[in-house]
Ligand binder design. Structure first.
Ligand code: MLT
Length: 264
């Protein structure tokens, strides 16, 4: 479906009934990334997905900002008359979840952070993003997908599930190139959200693949420890895109987390 949010047309889905859960995808992905979760959780809660600015169904040119991504998510909740939602954010989606907390915390019922971090980019990470922007400008999204995929997908998935690896590569390569550049610019400019962590007072679940080389279990462990009402789940044999690589394991912990909120 398409919604007009902050003067831009954006793709979204809204299925199921009960507690609203908003899913925010990572860089160069789109809302179809969450299909394995929606299929499993739709009987339990109301699942809302959004193509974030720059993604396939929301092909907006950059530069974008994290504030815009957070405000777009809130505009979607407004348009669906959702007062509060559980926010599930993977990687860049986690950066947006933190920004939603910073700007609109009353709208956040709980947060599940997956394979993400609170810190801003280091200089090394910014130079890597400049390389990716140049590759996107010169050769398009496939070139960025080729440069990124090895660090996104865990070794076990690469070795044992070439079907999942290929699906993810296709998803990354089909992202609109202007959107890929806009998202890279937004991530480069994002602020350090670490100071926010100690103030987060809603229930938090942290999920990380044990083979995640971008946001390692150690880094996720530190993020989780800085939040008072939080718990960490390490997903075996999964890399940075853990929810797609080991969907049934992630679905189980998400389902337990959402279920626990009924009493929490
Ligand atoms: C993502 O998957 O969203 C990216 O790895 C985030 C990043 O590059 O910082």
């Amino acid at each position: 479906m398409i919604a007009l949010l902050n003067d831009e047309e954006m793709g979204y889905d809204d299925v199921g009934k009960g507690m609203p859960v908003l899913f925010l995808h990572g860089f160069q992905l789109d809302r179809s990334f969450w299909e394995p979760q929606i299929g499993a959780l739709v009987a339990q809660c109301r699942c809302i997905t959004l193509d974030m600015r720059g993604a396939q169904g929301s092909a907006t040119k950059g530069p974008h900002t994290m504030d815009q991504y957070a405000d777009d998510a809130i505009a979607l909740l407004d348009s669906l008359h959702v007062e509060q939602a559980v926010v599930v954010g993977l990687s860049m989606g986690g950066y947006v979840a933190l920004n939603m907390w910073k700007r609109h915390r009353k709208r956040v019922r709980a947060i599940a952070f997956a394979d993400t971090r609170a810190t801003a980019d280091t200089e090394e990470q910014r130079s890597r993003r400049r390389v990716l922007i140049e590759a996107a400008e010169r050769e398009g999204s496939t070139a960025v997908a080729n440069l990124q995929i090895a660090s996104l997908v865990g070794k076990s998935t690469r070795d044992a599930r070439p079907d999942i690896y290929d699906t993810l590569h296709r998803m990354l390569a089909s992202a609109p190139v202007e959107g890929v550049i806009g998202q890279l610019q937004a991530m480069m400019a994002r602020e350090d959200s670490t100071p926010l962590l100690e103030g987060i007072d809603v229930p938090v679940l942290c999920v990380v693949g044990d083979e995640d080389v971008l946001t390692t279990p150690r880094e996720m462990g530190a993020l989780c420890e800085a939040i008072r009402n939080s718990r960490l789940e390490v997903i075996e044999r999964a890399g940075h895109l853990s929810s797609f690589e080991r969907s049934s394991a992630v679905n189980q912990v998400l389902s337990e987390f959402v279920g626990s909120l009924l009493y929490n």
